[in-house]
Unconditional design. Structure first.
Length: 215
C-alpha cells in the first residue's frame, strides 16, 4: 500500500490522533504559561530567586522524556495524567526564563512614572510591566510549544493521546507492510501541527504586540 493510499484509508483515525495531539499540547502550554509567568513574577526582582527558578526548570529538561513518563506511571497511572504532568513540566523553562528576562528588561523609568501617578504595585505589574514583557514571553511560549510537539509523541508509551500512537505502532511492527507508513504519517502530522501552531503564534503576536515594541 502506498503512503497516499494509507492516508486515504486511515484519514479519520489520523485526524482524531492529530486533534488529540494538538489539544494535549495546547492545554499543557496553557498550564505551563500560567505557572511559568507566575514563577517569573515572583522571582524576577531577586537575582538568586530568578537563578533558582531557571536552574530548577532547566534541570527538568535533563530528564529523558521516556524516563520521566515512566517514573510518573506508578504514581499517576496510564493515559492523560502522566502526559499532562510531563508536558507541563517540560514547557516551564522557556516560559520562566523569558518571563524573568522580559520583566527585568522593562525600563525602570516607565515603572517609576507609573508609580508616580499613583498606580499600585499590582496595577504596575498588570498594566505596565507584563504588557512590555509580553514579546519575550510569547517567544518563550513558541519555543516551548515546538518542544512539546515532539515530546508529546512519547506520551504514547503511557497510553497517552496523540500522533505518537501511530509512530509507536509502526516501530512495534517493523517489517510489516504499513510500518513505515505509520511512522511517517505520525511524524509528518507532528511537523504540520508544529508549523500551524507557530503560524498562530505569529498572528497572535501581530494582534497583541504594538508595532513599536515588536522584535
Amino acid at each position: 500500500m502506498s503512503f497516499w493510499q494509507y492516508l486515504s484509508n486511515r484519514h479519520q483515525q489520523l485526524l482524531t490522533d492529530a486533534f488529540q495531539h494538538a489539544s494535549a499540547v495546547f492545554q499543557c502550554m496553557v498550564l505551563a504559561t500560567v505557572i511559568g509567568v507566575l514563577i517569573g513574577v515572583l522571582t524576577y526582582r531577586s537575582d538568586w530567586a530568578g537563578n533558582l527558578a531557571v536552574t530548577s526548570t532547566a534541570t527538568i529538561l535533563t530528564i529523558p522524556s521516556l524516563a520521566l513518563i515512566g517514573l510518573l506511571i506508578p504514581v499517576l497511572g496510564l493515559g492523560v495524567p502522566p502526559t499532562v504532568t510531563a508536558l507541563t513540566l517540560y514547557g516551564l523553562l522557556p516560559v520562566v526564563r523569558n518571563s524573568i528576562v522580559g520583566l527585568r528588561g522593562v525600563d525602570p523609568a516607565l515603572v517609576d512614572a507609573a508609580k508616580g501617578i499613583g498606580m499600585s504595585r499590582v496595577s504596575r505589574l498588570l498594566r505596565v510591566e507584563l504588557p512590555l514583557a509580553w514579546p519575550p514571553i510569547l517567544t518563550g511560549i513558541r519555543v516551548a510549544t515546538q518542544m512539546l510537539m515532539g515530546i508529546a509523541a512519547v506520551a504514547a508509551y503511557a497510553s497517552g493521546p496523540g500522533l505518537g500512537n501511530e509512530i509507536f505502532r509502526g516501530i512495534a511492527s517493523l517489517g510489516s507492510a504499513n510500518a513505515l507508513n505509520e511512522v511517517l504519517s505520525g511524524t509528518l502530522g507532528i511537523i504540520v501541527l508544529a508549523l500551524l501552531f507557530d503560524a498562530a503564534y505569529v498572528g497572535l503576536g501581530r494582534l497583541t504586540i504594538p508595532r513599536g515594541i515588536r522584535v
